[in-house]
Design a protein around this ligand. Structure first.
Ligand code: SME
Length: 155
């Protein structure tokens, strides 16, 4: 496996296009989900320098903090609560342009201003979510959704 990420400049789309094959190479031949989630968060953080990127895993009917990069975060999120719990409940990607306008948003940090959460689904059940926070409002858009969906499909 390749052991470092080559960071590239360019549009968001160009950055994702350069990063995805590198993530594929990182994951190749590795069946351990936690190891792969850990490397995905590291690769995304390194390329995009986002404020926070991490996974929450469904365990005993709540979300528990998994591999992440960024400041310390809330460890447990209940079903339907916050953006993460809502994405789990609705089984849908949620893009939140301004976290202060999302009812029930869980603020792990006041620096987080916008957020995207993608549910990971296997056998029709959400088993984890990928949560990314940005320090600017209105950061995430359908381009992020499109490429992040490709990345979580690699898990
Ligand atoms: N803001 C999330 C909580 C997790 S942190 O952002 C890392 C939410 O509302 O679910």
């Amino acid at each position: 496996m390749s052991e470092e990420i080559t960071r590239i400049a360019g549009t968001k789309e160009e950055q994702y296009r350069a990063l995805i094959p590198q993530i594929q190479a990182l994951l190749e031949g590795e069946p351990d989900m936690i190891a792969n989630m850990a490397n995905i968060t590291a690769a995304l953080k390194e390329q995009f320098q986002w404020f926070w990127v991490g996974f929450y895993l469904v365990k005993n009917n709540e979300l528990i903090l998994g591999p992440f990069q960024g400041p310390v975060a809330c460890t447990r999120i209940q079903y339907g609560k916050g953006v993460c719990g809502k994405a789990w409940q609705e089984e849908q990607v949620l893009i939140v342009p301004n976290v202060t306008k999302f009812p029930g948003h869980i603020a792990c940090s006041s620096f987080s201003k916008s957020e995207i959460v993608l549910p990971l689904i296997k056998n029709q059940k959400v088993f984890a979510v990928l949560d990314i926070d940005h320090h600017l409002v209105n950061y995430f858009d359908p381009t992020d959704r499109k490429y992040l969906e490709k990345i979580i499909a690699l898990i």
